[in-house]
Design a binder for this molecule. Structure first.
Ligand code: ZN
Ligand code: ZN
Length: 118
């Protein structure tokens, strides 16, 4: 029925962690109207509203490969390591990630606490 024509809103993307929300125009690995772009994962994508260029698009987020929650691509919400993981799942399975990822996540934890310091 609905083909992959541009412009049509497919639904609403809402990040389960930071509540970022936007309507996405495409979900999948190859956004329409892009010539050679194939994304590494299935993503929620919207056409870039700030660009007149039809081929420009924004990746809003994806779903966590473990808990399937919608997460945005923000560094405080998710991480891409061969697949998309939300930070909650990353923390739960931290030992299974390489040390480099573990260090990155450790850094993120610190930046979250800045509001509490006095
Ligand atoms: Zn988020
Ligand atoms: Zn998750």
């Amino acid at each position: 029925m609905e083909s992959d024509r541009d412009g049509g809103c497919r639904g609403e993307f809402t990040c389960e962690f930071c509540s970022l929300s936007a309507s996405y125009t495409y979900y999948g690995q190859k956004p329409p109207n892009t010539r050679a772009i194939v994304l590494l994962e299935e993503c929620f994508v919207m056409r870039d509203p700030f660009s007149p260029d039809k081929e420009k698009f924004l990746v809003l987020g994806s779903s966590c490969s473990l808990c399937r929650k919608m997460v945005c691509v923000g560094p405080d919400c998710s991480l891409f390591y061969t697949k998309r993981f939300c930070l909650k799942c990353v923390r739960e399975h931290l030992e299974e990630f390489p040390q480099q990822i573990q260090m990155e996540v450790a850094k993120k934890k610190q930046t979250h606490k800045t509001h509490l310091s006095h």
